[in-house]
Design a protein around this ligand. Structure first.
Ligand SMILES: Cc1ncc(COP(=O)(O)O)c(C=O)c1O
Length: 440
């Protein structure tokens, strides 16, 4: 079908997420017909580099044969079978594999459909945990300002970003919000060399004041993604775990975006050497080809759900496609691939390359706060001087030049497939730099 015709149909019937209808309709937007490795192919034959791994998930790039085969093979055997009351081998094996690779002690997996539904499940697990052990008053959460844990209402209650969520404010549940660690504009004017996460004081105050009613603290470890790739130090997490332990609060680590090697370790919590009570996974869990998420829980949390004669402690929560056999087979293949590729060693030189390139770009743009973590690199365009508008223009120019990226406010970033080669990363940076020059 002609591209123009598809674009016309699209504008008439398709509602796109996080997309301004007016400007989108007027643009010559790509329509992707196929993809391979880092490349997306438009219906008109143009190739476009996927600089954000299709919303931070296609960690092995597109069309990886092992992942495709996992889907194909499983499709012929068992397409769906519920997990309520019965089980199937793929979900069993997957929960075992996850327990092996996750920070020690997270032995139990509850599967859900996407990241947001994992957040919902985790919040409910945390709330019910306290009721299971007879502390019904612990029913509030502490989170970070500008955190993001998904777009469903429970997730928005603990992960509010004003621009995205202000229209739903009236029905959100109350949560306590600590000031985010903001290394790019440190409140204490510290540098990495003398930083002791002094900014943790905001979180500390909230915990000291409200701990008796707090069920859990939820954070995106090391990097608040949607907030604008806000990277912060591991000491913050270490302090948080200590205080959660001291005041008996559940620590919930949302690694939906940063899990599975993105930060240079399999899980971001490993940088800090911490084990949360609940760990949220999604996106890269399946290599990004099918939706699946997981809430991993410690024995302490899981065992509290064992019923006794006096109380039904069943977790009355589930999704039709929880632990679907095909997505489970895919996730198993993805985990095997992370291991087979020795992914942490594999990405090491690339993380260094990204760090250097981002630093280099940072030197050319004042106040750009260059930052990187593993396979993520970001710079900021000065908000006071039209950074948001320039960021949009820059992304438009990049797309014309063959690189698909999306701005987060005034922040421009790359979140490439982990399997991108240095040459491919170089190509991405080349287009990025050209786009920066063109939009000066
Ligand atoms: C940290 C984090 N949590 C949760 C989510 C929600 O995941 P999903 O979009 O699959 O619902 C996202 C999505 O970007 C995320 O970055």
């Amino acid at each position: 079908m002609q591209k123009k015709y598809l674009q016309c149909l699209d504008s008439r019937h398709l509602w796109h997420p996080y997309t301004n209808i007016n400007t989108f309709e007027k643009s010559n937007f790509p329509i992707i017909k196929s993809a391979n490795g880092i490349y997306l192919y438009d219906v008109d034959g143009k190739s476009i580099i996927d600089g954000i791994s299709s919303w931070w998930c296609v960690n092995f790039g597109h069309s990886h044969p092992k992942l495709i085969n996992a889907i194909k093979n499983q499709t012929e055997i068992l397409q769906h079978s519920i997990l309520g009351g019965i089980s199937h081998p793929n979900a069993i094996k997957l929960s075992e594999e996850l327990a092996k690779i996750a920070p020690q002690g997270l032995n139990h997996s509850f599967f859900a459909g996407d990241g947001s539904s994992a957040t919902e499940a985790a919040l409910k697990i945390a709330l019910q945990y306290w009721q299971n052990i007879g502390a019904d008053n612990k029913n509030k959460f502490i989170c970070l300002e500008n955190g993001y844990h998904g777009d469903t209402l429970g997730a928005v209650s603990v992960g509010y970003i004003d621009k995205f969520h202000k229209n739903f404010r009236s029905i959100l549940s109350k949560a306590y919000r600590a000031k985010s660690p903001r290394c790019t504009e440190c409140r204490y004017k510290k540098r990495p060399s003398d930083c002791n996460a002094q900014c943790f004081d905001s979180m500390e105050k909230l915990i000291l004041k409200h701990h008796s009613q707090i069920a859990g603290v939820i954070v995106e470890p090391l990097c608040q993604g949607a907030a604008g790739i806000n990277i912060y130090p591991k000491i913050y997490l270490q302090k948080l775990q200590k205080l959660c332990d001291k005041y008996n609060l559940l620590l919930i680590a949302d690694e939906i975006a940063v899990g599975f090697a993105r930060t240079g370790k399999m899980f971001a919590c490993e940088h800090a050497g911490i084990t949360p009570d609940l760990l949220l996974l999604g996106k890269g869990l399946t290599g990004g080809y099918l939706p699946m998420s997981a809430v991993m829980a410690t024995d302490k949390v899981y065992n509290s759900f064992r019923c006794d004669e006096s109380k039904d402690k069943t977790f009355y929560h589930g999704h039709t496609f929880t632990g679907n056999p095909i997505t489970s087979a895919l996730a198993l293949a993805a985990i095997a691939l992370y291991k087979e590729l020795n992914i942490l060693d594999e990405i090491k030189p690339k993380t260094e390359f990204i760090r250097k390139e981002i630093e280099e770009i940072g030197k050319d743009i004042s106040n750009s706060h260059p930052r990187s973590l593993g396979m993520i690199g970001a710079i900021e365009l000065d908000e006071q001087h039209g950074g948001n508008i320039r960021a949009k223009e820059l992304c438009k120019y990049a797309l014309k030049s063959g690189l698909f990226i999306r701005p987060l406010g005034s922040v421009i970033y790359l979140w490439p497939p982990l399997t991108s080669t240095i040459e491919e990363l170089d190509r991405m940076f080349h287009i990025l730099k050209k786009s920066i020059q063109k939009t000066k």
